[in-house]
Design a protein around this ligand. Structure first.
Ligand SMILES: Cc1cc2nc3c(=O)[nH]c(=O)nc-3n(C[C@H](O)[C@H](O)[C@H](O)COP(=O)(O)OP(=O)(O)OC[C@H]3O[C@@H](n4cnc5c(N)ncnc54)[C@H](O)[C@@H]3O)c2cc1C
Ligand code: FES
Length: 241
């Protein structure tokens, strides 16, 4: 979905998200706004990739051209490409969203990067159109499906070669991120993961979105995914305690 949101689109960095709602009291299923990754930010246009899960996402995707939504953002931390030149993006399901934005953003802000995008879904019917991915992201995705109905058969983490990259970025379900974290551990390749959790406010006040992270050698602590995250250094993530 595309929105005219120049203030957000002009500042957005891949990995950041918006809270989107309708701001209408009594709107069924949408009392709280929903967190969605920024999937495109081009001029005045802000793009979101919304998968229907429940009442809120269903209502949002039923918006008609010309209707208004309430958008708050850009929120949270972002992927930091640093001096990396060979970047591997690993997307599971709708975790694809930030990687529709990142490659072209990197072309503009961190030239010299080569981005390889690996994207997996359970089945072919859930795969976002590869041609459209190419058009939006500017890279050809390597597609995996668990049943093998499209692309390679298996999971995105089945045959990852992290030895030839200098940064790994991940976004997707927690089990996928945990597998990725285990594969990267000990390789010396830095990784950053975008983490999802249910969100109430999206701006740090309700403390409903925490994840356990390493606390600089002092054990662990909880950090808020909406403010300190959603992007965390993979080696810091301890998930839950
Ligand atoms: C940082 C971040 C980025 C996200 N980016 C995307 C994206 O780009 N595209 C996309 O389709 N989805 C994304 N999600 C997940 C999306 O927010 C949920 O799918 C959505 O909120 C579900 O709402 P619902 O009303 O359809 O489902 P319901 O199950 O009816 O939701 C009930 C409540 O739980 C919360 N909730 C349920 N599942 C999630 C979840 N996985 N994450 C956070 N809150 C949840 C809802 O906000 C709502 O308050 C993201 C989540 C986070 C935290
Ligand atoms: S969603 Fe309220 S503190 Fe993160």
């Amino acid at each position: 979905m595309e929105f005219a949101a120049p203030e957000i689109a002009g500042q957005a960095i891949p990995g950041q998200f918006v809270m989107i709602g309708l701001g209408l009291p009594g709107e069924p299923g949408l009392f709280l706004p929903r967190p969605m990754s920024i999937a495109q930010a081009e001029g005045e246009r802000l793009g979101l990739l919304i998968r229907i899960f429940g009442a809120g996402s269903r209502r949002l995707t039923a918006l008609e051209v010309g209707e208004r939504a309430l958008l708050l953002g850009p929120l949270g931390s972002f992927f930091d490409l640093g001096s990396a030149t060979r970047v591997l993006c690993v997307a599971g399901g709708v975790g694809l969203a930030p990687f529709l934005f990142l490659p072209r953003w990197a072309e503009r802000h961190a030239p010299g990067n080569r981005v390889h995008l690996v994207y997996g879904e359970r089945t072919a019917s859930a795969v976002f159109d590869p041609g459209r991915i190419h058009e939006l992201a500017g890279v050809e995705p390597e597609i995996w499906t668990e049943d093998g109905a499209m692309g390679r058969m298996g999971r995105v983490t089945d045959r990852l070669d992290v030895a030839r990259v200098d940064l790994v970025l991940g976004c997707g379900p927690v089990p996928m991120l945990k597998t990725l974290q285990a594969q990267i551990a000990g390789t010396g390749v830095p990784a950053q993961f975008s983490v999802e959790e249910r969100m109430g406010c999206g701006v740090g006040t309700c403390v409903g979105c925490v994840v356990a992270v390493e606390d600089g050698g002092r054990g662990w602590r909880y950090e808020r995914i909406c403010v300190e995250g959603p992007v965390f250094s993979a080696e810091r993530l301890r998930w839950s305690i």
